[in-house]
Design a protein around this ligand. Structure first.
Ligand code: FUB
Length: 338
C-alpha cells in the first residue's frame, strides 16, 4: 500500500486492523520469530528516524541496532529484552542494520544481520550469544561470499541449516550474477526469468556458508520460471522458509506490489511452485514477515506503519494467526479486513 495514505483513511484502516503493534515504545519491523526454550523470541529491525534523505535505495532506513523481543505466547505481552547488538560494535559494518534473523545450535544463539560496509555494499554478518536475547558478539568479518540483505536461516529436521537471502533495488541483489558483483548489472529485462533469492547451507559452526549460494527458482503453474515483469508474483526481498506437512514453503515480499506471497517445493533448494498471497498490502511501502508455529498453531509476524501515521520507515510489528486449508494452501490474510 502506498505510503501517501491520508489521515482519515489511516484512522479507518487502524479501526479495522486485524492486530495491534506488539510494542509501542520503539518502532520495529521485519520480525523474524522463533521458539527457543518454549518462548517466542522475535528478532526485528529497530526503526529510527535517522534524519537521512529519502531515496529509491532505502537510504532513509538508517537503523543502527537490534533489540530482541520475548513473548510467553502470541497473545501475551511482548517484552523488550534491550540492546542486543549495535553497529558500532561490528568491525566490518558502517550503517543500515536491516532485517535480521536468528538460529540456535548446540546451546548457542546466532544473530544474522545485513549491513552496509563503508563503501556502501551490503553484506551479511553473524554475531554469537549464549542466550536467545543476546547480547551478541559479532564476528570480525562478514560471512565470506555473502551479499545483499534479508538473511533468513532455516533449520531443517535433519539438523542442517540454510540461509536464504537477497533483495532487489536498494538490497543490491540485481548487481550480482553467479555470486559476483558488477556495478553495471541491473534487473533482467521483461520476458527474462526474474531474479531469485539465494540459498546456501551453513557450515557446522553456523558462521560461514558451507557451499556456494544457489539461486532460488520460483515456477508458475505451467512449470516456467516467473518472469521479471511479473511484479505481482516475482521475488523482491524478505525471504522466509518454513515447513508444513513435510513440504517446504518459501515465502517472500513482492516489493513494489506490496504482497507477501509463497511457493512450495520438496526440498530446501527448490524449485518452488508459486501458490498465492499470504498477506495483502499493509500501510507503508515495505512488507516483511516470518511464519512460526507455536503450540500447534501457526502465526504470521508482519509489520505496518499505522502507529507512525504512515511513515514508511517507522514501522510496528504485529502478529496474526495463519490457517491452511485441507490441501496445505495458506488462507490469505487481509490486514484491515476484507
Ligand atoms: O527494514 C529495511 C528493509 O525494508 C528490509 O531489509 C526489507 O525487507 C524491508 O522490509
Amino acid at each position: 500500500m502506498a505510503d501517501d495514505t491520508d489521515t482519515d483513511e489511516l484512522k479507518a484502516l487502524a479501526a479495522k486492523a486485524i492486530s495491534q503493534p506488539l510494542v509501542t515504545h520503539i518502532y520495529t519491523a521485519d520480525p523474524s520469530a522463533h521458539v527457543f526454550d518454549g518462548k517466542l523470541y522475535i528478532y526485528p529491525s529497530h526503526d529510527i528516524d535517522a534524519g537521512l534523505p529519502f531515496d529509491d535505495d532505502g537510504g532513509h532506513f538508517g537503523m543502527e541496532d537490534y533489540h530482541v523481543l520475548r513473548m510467553d505466547s502470541p497473545t501475551g505481552e511482548a517484552v523488550d529484552c534491550g540492546l542486543a547488538l549495535h553497529v558500532k560494535d561490528v568491525p566490518w559494518a558502517q550503517r543500515q542494520m536491516w532485517a535480521p534473523d536468528a538460529a540456535s545450535k548446540g546451546g548457542k544463539y546466532y544473530l544474522y544481520f545485513p549491513a552496509k560496509r563503508a563503501d556502501g555494499i551490503f553484506q551479511i554478518g553473524v554475531a554469537v550469544g549464549a542466550r536467545p536475547e543476546g547480547p551478541f558478539v559479532p564476528e570480525p568479518q562478514a560471512i565470506v561470499g555473502s551479499y545483499s540483505i534479508d538473511p533468513a536461516v532455516f533449520g531443517d529436521d535433519d539438523g542442517e541449516h540454510y540461509m536464504y537471502f537477497g533483495g532487489i533495488w536498494g538490497g543490491q541483489l540485481q548487481k550480482y550474477r553467479d555470486n559476483a558483483y558488477a556495478a553495471s548489472h541491473g534487473e533482467p529485462a521483461d520476458g527474462e526469468p526474474a531474479l531469485g533469492a539465494r540459498v546456501a547451507r551453513m557450515s557446522a559452526d553456523m558462521k560461514q556458508f558451507a557451499e556456494v549460494p544457489r539461486e532460488v527458482l520460483i515456477l508458475d503453474e505451467t512449470g516456467q520460471p516467473l518472469r521479471a515483469e511479473d511484479h505481482d508474483r516475482r521475488f523482491f526481498e524478505a525471504s522466509w522458509m518454513h515447513k508444513h506437512q513435510g513440504r517446504y514453503y518459501f515465502s517472500y515480499s513482492t516489493g513494489d506490489t506490496h504482497l507477501l506471497c509463497y511457493a512450495v517445493g520438496d526440498n530446501p533448494y527448490g524449485p518452488f511452485t508459486y501458490q498465492g498471497t499470504i498477506l495483502t498490502p499493509v500501510v507503508g511501502w515495505t512488507t516483511h514477515h516470518s511464519i512460526c508455529a507455536f503450540q500447534g498453531r501457526t502465526y504470521l509476524f508482519y509489520h505496518d506503519s499505522i502507529l507512525s501515521g504512515g511513515v514508511t520507515h517507522l514501522r510496528s510489528i504485529k502478529v496474526a494467526e495463519l490457517h491452511y486449508d485441507d490441501h496445505g494452501k495458506i488462507r490469505t490474510l487481509h490486514p484491515y479486513g476484507e
